[in-house]
Design a protein around this ligand. Structure first.
Ligand SMILES: Nc1ncnc2c1ncn2[C@@H]1O[C@H](COP(=O)(O)OP(=O)(O)OP(=O)(O)O)[C@@H](O)[C@H]1O
Ligand SMILES: [Mg+2]
Length: 608
């Protein structure tokens, strides 16, 4: 819920701001329309055609009544009916073409926008996602694009069509009967304005009713995904009550909307048919007096309804356009967000024969959200080819930050990080990361099968390679025992794996990538002795003869390292090997004692 609601609150604020925004903000959408120029022209032609045919139907009605019904010649009746049927068929196919083309363009533009925005943000620097929540981005890509789709794929077409019909209808009205038209112009607002006002209220309510439904949805989501916590704390009845409140709130809004909508229908029926009755009464007298024909009156009523209807539609569409303008602005903002981590114009090349010799020279860094606090403070470190460096230190000492910097998730503020002597900020990040394997502290599995997950960083790896990697990661046996072996679904909707199993999958993923530099954020979570042993063995096979930087929480890892760096508040306070540090560094001794107490039992008989 926390995630959802953070995206919803600004959405409401935005909604208010949007109303005052100019429709001009929609301009960037034109750029997305450009590739489909020909279809656009086709759609416009179809639109103009159907509007023309619709207008002609009024004449068809007039001919039918005056020529067909009132004359006694059956040939003339047949002719009138034929003309009318021709118009109807033309209208039907014209509408098909218009609807198909316009909706197609709407869907296409939305699809292109979604792809453009996603493909931009997926490569944005990770720091960006600290200030923008994932829910916010999600809602921009889904909800905002849908608003634009409505506009491009229907509203604009509706507006243009109605504009044409309004103009054409007015012309025909004047041609049919100028006197009535002037009277009509005075009275249309009496019918239309109440309907518009009512209609707007109904639309607002239906929007807020959708928001309430979203609340209900996120509540279900949160409770179900944390069902064990819910049960453990006997929170079910509290949840029932609170969920009930959400549902009732949604119901209340819905009922208000239904009532308004029902009244709207009453108003529409009375006003529209009342208006038509008045016209018929008035016009009927002229028909009786022989001033105009019955067909003229029928055509006049037809055009009057059309003109009034198109006025109503146009005002409705204006609201859509405004909302879509706001949506476009938000999407374009995402699309133009600068990527802070990019390859320089002339990226430096890493040596072809990669050694993964890593050096940090006087590196200082503070996170953009905390510019006055050095998370890494003047750090100098070196790891030679194939060596292992262990980072130890208290929570918050800056260990994970160093790993982030090596992956160039952020650029350092001072000093430099060298990979085989090349400053990593002069290298294309894709090239740099190609050489690096990461086993994160909390291994992430993506929805898909086990084999997909292992193959995550090496999509071209053969099945045999995957099995070999899984074997080296001591994951093969447990995978074989899963319901569908390597094809078992994992993640949200699949089998749940234990912490140790997930870690071994992450290790298999890294082994398969066969990186030159391995970055390892060791898990602190207490694994059971058995899986701890398995994970340790898997790590041993991974770190062998490979440059490795490991954030160490286990004594076993530290003792095997070629070098250990002790970090405290962003600074390296001591470096050396286990025995030296035990002698020279108080901080390290304290840390080691603590680790020994925690994991000493598991360690004895192993590793040392
Ligand atoms: N994204 C961030 N934005 C701002 N400050 C951050 C961010 N990530 C970490 N920090 C801060 O930087 C410092 C170093 O954090 P870091 O995550 O590197 O610690 P750590 O040594 O990995 O700790 P742990 O052992 O608990 O994982 C901490 O003070 C932390 O609060
Ligand atoms: Mg950390």
């Amino acid at each position: 819920m926390a995630r959802k609601s953070s995206a919803e609150a600004p959405a409401e604020e935005r909604e208010k701001k949007v109303n005052i925004r100019k429709i001009g903000a929609l301009k960037p959408v034109l750029g997305f329309l450009k590739p489909y120029r020909m279809r656009l022209v086709g759609a416009m032609l179809a639109l103009a055609f159907t509007a023309g045919v619709t207008l002609s139907i009024g004449q068809g009605i007039r001919l039918l009544i005056d020529g067909g019904f009132t004359s006694d010649s059956s040939a003339q009746l047949a002719e009138s009916v034929e003309f009318f049927m021709t118009l109807v068929v033309l209208l039907a196919f014209g509408t098909f073409a218009r609807y198909y083309l316009v909706s197609w363009i709407g869907e296409r533009v939305t699809a292109d926008m979604r792809k453009a925005v996603f493909s931009h943000i997926i490569s944005l620097h990770p720091g960006f996602f600290e200030s923008t929540s994932s829910g916010e981005i999600q809602s921009r890509i889904t909800t905002d694009t849908t608003l634009i789709q409505t506009v491009v794929g229907s509203s604009v077409s509706v507006a243009l069509r109605n504009l044409l019909m309004f103009i054409g209808g007015m012309i025909w009205l004047f041609i049919t009967n100028a006197k009535f038209t002037l009277i009509l112009l005075g009275t249309i607002p009496l019918v239309i304005v109440p309907i518009i006002v009512f209609g707007r209220r109904v639309r607002n309510l239906s929007r807020s009713s959708q928001d309430k439904i979203a609340d209900v949805g996120s509540y279900v989501n949160e409770s179900i995904s944390n069902i064990k916590t819910v049960h453990a704390f006997n929170h079910q009845s509290a949840d029932r009550t609170r969920f009930g409140e959400h549902v009732e709130a949604a119901f209340d809004v819905a009922v208000t909307r239904i009532a308004q909508r029902a009244w709207l229908t009453v108003a529409v029926i009375i006003l529209v048919f009342g208006g038509i009755s008045v016209m018929l009464w008035w016009g009927g007298q002229d028909v009786q007096a022989g001033v105009i024909s019955g067909g003229d009156l029928a055509a006049f009523v037809f055009y009057a309804i059309m003109v009034a209807g198109s006025m109503g539609s146009i005002t409705e569409v204006l609201g859509d356009l405004q909302r879509a303008a706001g949506a476009t602005e938000r999407l374009i903002e995402l699309l133009h967000m600068d990527n802070l981590i990019v390859a320089p114009a002339q990226p430096a090349q890493l040596p072809a024969d990669t050694q993964a010799d890593i050096e940090m020279r006087n590196v200082s860094f503070s996170y953009p959200t905390r510019p006055d606090h050095l998370a890494v403070d003047n750090v100098c470190l070196r790891v030679g080819k194939g060596k292992t460096l262990a980072l130890v230190g208290a929570s918050g000492a800056g260990k994970s930050t160093i790993i982030d910097l090596l992956l160039r998730f952020y650029d350092v503020q001072q000093g430099e990080i060298l990979f085989d002597g090349v400053n990593i900020s002069s290298v294309d990040p894709l090239e740099l990361r190609h050489h690096i394997g990461l086993v994160p502290q909390q291994p992430t599995l993506f929805s898909g099968t086990v084999i997909d997950n292992i193959r995550y960083g090496s999509p071209d790896a053969s099945d045999q390679d995957v099995f070999a990697a899984a074997k080296s990661a001591y994951a093969h046996d447990f995978i074989e025992r899963l319901p569908n072996g390597y094809d078992s679904q994992v993640g949200e909707a699949g089998v749940r794996l234990s912490g140790g199993q997930r870690q071994r999958l992450a290790i298999a993923r890294a082994i398969l990538k066969n990186p030159d530099l391995l970055l390892l954020d060791e898990a602190t979570s207490a694994l059971d002795a058995d899986s701890e042993y398995m994970v340790q063995k898997a790590l041993d096979s991974l770190t062998k003869a490979r440059t490795t930087i490991v954030i160490a929480h286990r004594l076993a890892t530290v003792i095997n390292a070629d070098q250990i760096a002790v970090l405290d508040q962003g600074k390296v306070v001591a470096t050396g090997q286990h025995d030296e540090l035990l002698k020279h560094s108080d901080l390290y001794r304290r840390w080691a004692d603590l680790q020994f107490k925690i994991s000493g039992a598991a360690l004895s008989g192993e590793a040392v």
